[in-house]
Design a protein around this ligand. Structure first.
Ligand code: FMN
Length: 170
């Protein structure tokens, strides 16, 4: 078993994606479905954010598996100009329950950018401190995926728990 790492990269969508407040764009929905199907098998968790036509994704898991996934993602024609902005060994996961959380925290991110004197979301210039602050917002942020698409580990566990208590409550 190799060590745990956190890898954060940014990239630019090859086709413009217009995110409407409160909705998950179908292109992003497709990425989330693939992630939520594949990542649990590799025990990879993380979070995805999209703004200003840029993706910001954090992947956590065993080093070899995260690097393998990153190689696969980096050949995906849906995005380009990938840049790893943080790679570090970790002792504990920040997104343990999430195969891929999706947050649409536009107001919170805008607030953070303003605090840092940035007028647009340009993750290519983020330093380690800014990456950590972004991740802190995402840990507490509510997932924006509609409940029927939201098949993260925690909600599956809750659904299973509900089913068992229904079966055995009588
Ligand atoms: C921004 C972005 C993030 C992605 N994140 C993941 C991911 O976390 N896990 C994953 O399996 N695929 C992810 N993908 C999709 C992969 O590039 C690839 O299309 C997919 O894993 C193929 O799945 P399959 O082997 O089941 O066909 C991502 C793609 C993009 C553009």
């Amino acid at each position: 078993m190799s060590n745990l790492i956190r890898l954060v990269y940014v990239s630019t969508s090859t086709s413009p994606i217009k995110v409407v407040d409160g909705a998950v764009h179908s292109d992003i929905g497709r990425i989330l479905m693939q992630s939520r199907k594949n990542n649990p098998k590799q025990k990879i968790g993380g979070v995805l954010y999209f703004s200003n036509n840029c993706f910001f994704q954090c992947l956590e898991g065993e080093e070899d598996l995260v690097n393998e996934l990153y190689q696969k993602i980096s050949t995906d024609p849906r995005h380009e100009n990938l840049k790893r902005i943080l790679v570090k060994d970790i002792s504990k996961r920040q997104f343990g329950d999430w195969s891929m959380k999706y947050v649409a925290l536009k107001d919170n991110v805008t607030g953070l950018l303003e605090k840092k004197g940035m007028s647009v979301f340009d993750p290519y210039v983020f330093d380690e401190n800014m990456v950590d602050e972004m991740l802190s917002l995402f840990i507490t942020g509510v997932d924006s995926t509609p409940p029927d698409q939201n098949n993260n580990n925690a909600s599956i566990k809750n659904k299973t728990k509900g089913l068992f208590s229904k079966l055995f409550s009588k």
